[in-house]
Write a protein that binds this ligand. Structure first.
Ligand SMILES: Cc1ncc(C[n+]2csc(CCOP(=O)(O)OP(=O)(O)O)c2C)c(N)n1
Ligand SMILES: [Mg+2]
Length: 907
C-alpha cells in the first residue's frame, strides 16, 4: 500500500519511462524517503518519528513552516500488513448483514404501503450496515458484573437497521416491523427514530436532532469518568461510549464544538465512527473538497486519535503496485464530488476519468474489467478494515478515537438511489430494483413474494440465528437496551430545611441565595449528599455558589496541579480536586445540558439515582439550548434546571441580551418539565423537596424548571397549609385587610410578587380596596390540570363534571383578578379562561432595557402603581367605581399615560 522506497524502485517504472506527469518533484521526495528509510532501519519507528518534529522545528526556525501538517495521505491509517486476523465467520456474518439490510429496507418500503406514506430512510442504514454489524458481532458489550453495557449513540435515521437486527435477534416480531412509524397501531409500533420516551425498554439516547448525539456522547464519556472518580460506578470497569455520526452531521456546531474536552480529559473510553458516505440530505457534503481530510485535520487538531478507513481490501493490491505513488496522488487530488460520481458511473467512466488521468495509473488497472472497477469496495463496507479500525480504537490508550469510514450512501440500492443525490429521500423500490437488491445480497425470497417485500428471519435453529445470538451472549447481552435498575432514594422532607421555612426575619435574601443555602444543606446530607451533582457554566460567583467550591470541590480529572491564586480566600477559593462533586463546565450551556442529561439519566444508564442541579444564567437556558431541553424530556431525564438571574425587570442594568422575560414560556413546551416561578425561599424548598421525592423516591421520570431571582428581600416564614397550593401552582399568600368597600385579587410570581404586595397596601390605604395577594407558583401546572379536567368533561358528558383546581380555588372570590409577572403576559394568561370574570395581566412583552429595577418596572408597567391602576380600571369596568377615580389615580400615581411602551409587534 505504501509507496516503495526510492532505493527499491525499478529502473523502469510501469509506464511511461519518463517521469510521469504531475510527479515532477520526485528527486527531493526520493532523497527524503531515503533518509526516513535509513532512520527506520537503524533506529526503529519511534526514533524515526522524531525526524518529523525536528524537520518542522528546523523549517520553522528558518521561517518556513508556520503550522504542523494535520493531514495524512488519503489512505487507510492501518496498512494491510498491520491488520489483525478477523475473528468472525465472514460468510455467516455477511448473510446476517444481508438479512438485516433487507428487513431494514422492507420496513421502510412497507411503511409506504396502503396509503400510509409515513416515511423512513433506507439509504443511511444501507451505508452504515457493515459499521454496525462488525460492532454488534465483535465490540458492543452488553454488560456484566465487571463492566456495564456500552453506551451507544446510534445515528438517528438509521433506526430501521437497529430494529431489523433486533428482529433477527428475536427481540422483535414481524408485527413490530410492520408497525414501524405506526406507533398508534394496535399493539404499538416502532418509533421513527431513537426515542427513550417512546420506547423506554429499548432506546437509551435520542439522537436524531443532528449534533446532539455527538456532544452528548462526549459528556457521557466524561461523566463515566466522574462517576468512577467519585466511587459511584457500580462495576470495576467502565463502559465504552460509542457515537455513530453522519458526515453531514459534522456541520452542526454541537458535533465538533466539544472535541477538545474529550482529548483534554483523555477519554479513551470514547469511540466515534463517522460514516463518511459523502452525502447529506440534499447532495454532497463537500463536493468540492474532501470531508474525510477536513475532519482528520479537525480531530487531529483537537487532539484525537484518528483512524481513516477509506479503501477496502480490493484496493490493497493496487496500492501495493503503485510504484510511483500515482494512485496515491490521484486519491489525494480527486474530490468527493468525483468519488460520488464514480459510484453511479459505469466502470468505463471510472477507468477514463479516475485512472486515466495519468498514463502510468491507467496501466495499473489493465488487468481489471470495467465491471471489476465498479466493485472496488470502500473501506466502510469491508468488515476486515472496519474490524481493524475498531480494535485499534478500543485499544488506543490516553484519548478518544475517531474512525472516519468512507462508505456509499444507499449502498446496494443500485439505481434506486445508490450514491445519488435523491438517495436520502428514497422510500420506495419497484419490482426490478427489489429483484436486484435480492440478487446482490442473496436474500432467499421467491419471485412471487418479492413485490410484497416480506420480512425474512431464519429459524431459531438456523446457523445464522445461533451465530448471532451466541455472539451477543459472549458479549454480555443485547444492545441497545434501556433498563431502570437504580434503587429508589429516601429523599429529605421539608423539615430538613428549617432555615428556609422560618423566614429571614429582618434580613434579606434572594431566591437564588435561598436555593444555594438549600443546595449546601443537601450536599451535607449523609445519605444523598454525595448523589447531588451541581452543574454550572462559569457563573458560580454570579449566583453566590462559590462557597460550595471548597465544601464539595470542583471535579477535575487531574486534580489541582497549581496553587490557586485565591487559596487564602477561605471558602470560595477555586478548589479543583480529582473526586470533586461540582461540574464546572466553563462557558458552554450545550455542554452543561449534556452533563445534566448524563446525570439525570444515570438512574437508567448507570444504575444510580443522581440528583443534578444545573444552575445557569436564565437567558441562556431554553432560549440558547432549547433542543437540549426537549431532548432531556425525551431522554426521561430527572433533575432540576435553575434559571437564575430571572426576570425581565429584576436583573437590573443588564438590558436586552440578559433580561429574560420568556423562559417559563419556552420551558413550558416540554411535556415532562414542571415549570415553577417561586417567590419565596420556603416555596423553593417545598418544590425541590417534592420534586426530589417524586423523581427519586417515587420514580417518576420528570424534571423541573425553577426561576430564581437575584433581588434580595425579607423572606417570610412559611404560612401553614400552603404546601399543596405551592405544588399545584396557586395559593393565597396574604389576604387583603377587612373593612374595605371593594375586593380584588393580585396574582404574583417570583420577586415581582413584591409589586403585588405594595399594590395591596396602596389599594387599601388610598382606594378603599381590599386586595388578596396570591402566589402563582406554576401557571403551567394550573393550565394542564384544567385542560385535563375539561377534556374529561368533554368525553364524559353524562357524569358529574370535574372542576379545575384553579376554578375551585377562585370561584368563591369576588372582585377582579390581576396577574403581575416579570415574564411575558402570555405566561399568566395561560389560566385566564378559568379565572372568574377573566384575568388582566401585567407582564414584560418586548426587548429588555438597561435600567434600574424601579425604572424598568414602570417602563414595562408591572410595578405596584401599575398594578393599582389595573385593579382600579377593572373595578371601574365592573361599575364598582367611577372612571374619574381611575383618571385621578393615574395622576396621583404619577403614571404618564403617553409613556413609551416596548414595541411588541411590527404592524
Ligand atoms: C438539527 C437537524 N437538522 C436537520 C435534520 C434533518 N436531517 C435528517 S438526516 C439529514 C441529513 C444527514 O446527513 P448525514 O449526517 O450525512 O447522514 P447520512 O444520512 O448521510 O448518513 C438531515 C438534514 C435533523 N434531523 N436535525
Ligand atoms: Mg452522510
Amino acid at each position: 500500500m505504501q509507496n516503495r522506497p526510492a532505493s527499491q524502485r525499478p529502473e523502469n517504472p510501469v509506464q511511461p519511462a519518463a517521469t510521469p506527469p504531475g510527479a515532477s518533484d520526485y528527486s527531493l521526495v526520493n532523497s527524503l524517503e531515503g533518509v526516513v528509510e535509513a532512520a527506520l532501519k537503524n533506529f526503529g519507528p519511534e526514533q524515526a518519528g522524531l525526524l518529523r518534529s525536528d524537520l518542522i522545528s528546523r523549517l520553522r526556525s528558518a521561517g518556513r513552516a508556520a503550522a504542523q501538517p494535520v493531514n495524512t495521505p488519503y489512505v487507510n491509517t492501518i496498512p494491510p500488513g498491520a491488520e489483525p486476523h478477523y475473528p468472525g465467520n465472514r460468510d455467516l456474518e455477511r448473510r446476517i448483514k444481508s438479512l438485516v439490510r433487507w428487513n431494514a429496507m422492507a420496513m421502510v418500503v412497507n411503511a409506504q404501503r396502503d396509503g400510509a406514506e409515513v416515511g423512513g430512510h433506507i439509504s443511511s442504514y444501507a451505508s452504515m450496515a457493515t459499521l454496525y454489524e462488525v460492532a454488534y458481532n465483535h465490540f458492543f458489550r452488553g454488560g456484566d458484573n465487571q463492566r456495564p453495557a456500552d453506551l451507544v449513540y446510534f445515528q438517528g435515521h438509521t433506526a430501521p437497521g437497529n430494529y431489523a437486527r433486533a428482529f433477527l435477534e428475536y427481540r422483535m416480531e414481524e408485527r413490530d416491523l410492520h408497525n414501524f412509524r405506526r406507533e398508534l397501531a394496535a399493539g404499538g409500533g416502532l418509533s421513527s427514530y431513537p426515542h427513550p420516551y417512546l420506547m423506554p425498554g429499548f432506546w437509551q439516547f435520542p439522537t436524531v436532532s443532528m449534533g446532539l448525539g455527538p456532544i452528548l456522547s462526549i459528556y457521557q464519556a466524561r461523566f463515566v469518568r466522574y462517576l468512577k472518580a467519585r466511587g459511584l460506578l457500580k462495576t470495576p470497569d467502565e463502559p465504552r461510549v460509542w457515537a455513530f455520526v453522519g458526515d453531514g452531521e459534522t456541520d452542526e456546531p454541537e458535533t465538533l464544538g466539544a472535541l477538545t474536552l474529550a482529548a483534554r480529559e483523555g477519554l479513551d473510553n470514547l469511540t466515534w465512527v463517522v460514516n463518511c458516505n459523502l452525502q447529506r440530505l440534499d447532495g454532497p457534503v463537500r463536493g468540492n473538497g474532501k470531508i474525510i481530510q477536513e475532519l482528520e485535520g479537525i480531530f487531529h487538531g483537537a487532539g484525537w486519535n484518528v483512524i481513516k478507513v477509506i479503501w477496502g481490501s480490493s484496493w490493497d493490491d493496487l496500492f501495493a503496485r503503485d510504484e510511483w505513488g500515482l494512485l496515491q496522488k490521484r486519491m489525494d487530488e480527486a474530490l468527493d464530488g468525483d468519488f460520488q460520481k464514480y459510484t453511479v458511473a459505469p466502470g468505463s467512466y471510472i477507468r477514463r476519468h479516475f485512472f486515466g488521468k495519468y498514463p502510468g495509473l491507467l496501466h495499473l488497472v489493465d488487468h481489471l474489467s470495467d465491471e471489476d472497477l465498479t466493485r472496488l469496495v470502500r473501506g466502510g463496507h469491508d468488515p476486515v478494515k472496519v474490524y481493524a479500525a475498531y480494535k485499534a480504537a478500543v485499544e488506543h490508550p490516553g484519548g478518544p478515537t475517531a474512525i472516519l469510514a468512507k462508505t456509499i450512501k444507499g449502498y446496494g440500492l443500485g439505481e434506486a438511489g445508490e450514491g445519488r443525490n435523491i438517495s436520502h429521500q428514497q422510500k420506495k423500490m419497484n419490482e426490478k430494483e427489489l429483484r436486484e437488491f435480492r440478487a446482490r445480497f442473496d436474500v432467499p425470497i421467491s419471485d412471487e413474494d418479492i413485490v410484497d417485500t416480506p420480512f425474512f428471519r431464519p429459524a431459531k435453529t438456523s446457523r445464522e440465528t445461533k451465530y448471532l445470538l451466541e455472539r451477543r451472549r459472549k458479549l454480555g447481552g443485547f444492545v441497545p437496551k434501556r433498563e431502570v435498575k437504580a434503587e429508589p432514594l429516601r429523599t429529605p422532607r421539608l423539615e430538613a430545611f428549617p432555615e428556609l421555612l422560618k423566614g429571614s426575619g429582618a434580613g434579606e435574601a434572594s431566591t437564588t441565595k435561598s436555593f444555594v443555602r438549600l443546595l449546601s444543606v443537601l450536599a451535607r446530607d449523609p445519605v444523598i449528599g454525595r448523589l447531588v451533582v451541581p452543574i454550572i457554566p462559569d457563573e458560580a460567583r454570579t449566583f453566590g455558589i462559590d462557597p460550595l467550591f471548597s465544601q464539595i470541590g470542583i471535579y477535575s480529572s487531574k486534580g489541582q496541579l497549581y496553587e490557586p491564586v485565591d487559596k487564602e480566600a477561605g471558602f470560595s477559593f477555586y478548589r479543583e480536586t480529582a473526586d470533586g462533586q461540582i461540574l464546572e463546565e466553563g462557558i458552554t450551556e450545550a455542554g452543561s445540558m449534556a452533563s445534566f442529561v448524563a446525570a439525570g439519566t444515570a438512574y437508567a444508564n448507570q444504575g444510580v439515582n443522581l440528583i443534578p442541579f444545573y444552575i445557569y444564567y436564565s437567558m441562556f437556558g431554553p432560549q440558547r439550548v432549547g433542543d437540549l431541553f426537549w431532548l432531556a424530556g425525551d431522554s426521561r431525564a430527572k433533575g432540576f434546571l435553575l434559571g437564575a438571574t430571572s426576570g425581565r425587570t429584576t436583573l437590573n442594568g443588564e438590558g436586552l441580551q440578559h433580561q429574560d422575560g420568556h423562559s417559563p414560556l419556552l420551558a413550558s413546551v416540554v411535556p415532562t418539565l414542571y415549570v415553577y416561578d417561586p417567590a419565596f425561599a420556603y416555596e423553593v424548598a417545598a418544590i425541590v423537596c417534592d420534586g426530589m421525592k417524586r423523581m427519586f423516591e417515587d420514580g417518576e421520570e420528570i424534571f423541573y424548571y425553577l426561576c430564581l431571582y437575584n433581588e434580595g428581600y425579607p423572606q417570610p416564614p412559611m404560612p401553614p397549609g400552603c404546601a399543596d397550593g405551592i405544588l399545584k401552582g396557586l395559593y393565597k399568600f396574604k389576604p387583603g385587610p377587612g373593612g374595605k368597600t371593594h375586593r380584588a385579587h393580585l396574582l404574583g410570581s417570583g420577586s415581582i410578587i413584591r409589586s403585588a404586595l405594595r399594590a395591596q397596601e396602596i389599594l387599601a390605604a388610598r382606594y378603599d380596596v381590599s386586595a388578596d395577594v396570591w402566589s402563582a407558583t406554576s401557571y403551567k401546572n394550573l393550565r394542564n390540570e384544567a385542560l385535563l379536567a375539561e377534556r374529561w368533561n368533554l368525553l364524559h358528558p353524562a357524569q358529574p363534571a370535574r372542576k379545575p383546581f384553579v376554578r375551585q380555588l377562585l370561584e368563591a372570590e369576588t372582585g377582579p383578578f390581576i396577574a403581575v409577572s416579570d415574564y411575558m403576559k402570555i405566561v399568566p394568561d395561560q389560566i385566564a379562561k378559568w379565572v372568574p370574570g377573566g384575568l388582566t395581566t401585567l407582564g414584560t412583552d418586548g426587548f429588555g432595557r438597561s435600567e434600574t429595577r424601579a425604572n424598568l418596572r414602570r417602563f414595562f408597567e408591572n410595578d405596584a402603581e401599575c398594578a393599582v391602576l389595573a385593579v382600579l380600571h377593572a373595578l371601574a369596568q365592573r361599575g364598582a367605581i367611577r372612571r374619574e377615580l381611575v383618571a385621578q389615580a393615574i395622576r396621583d400615581l404619577n403614571i404618564d399615560p403617553e409613556k413609551d411602551f416596548p414595541k411588541i409587534a411590527a404592524f
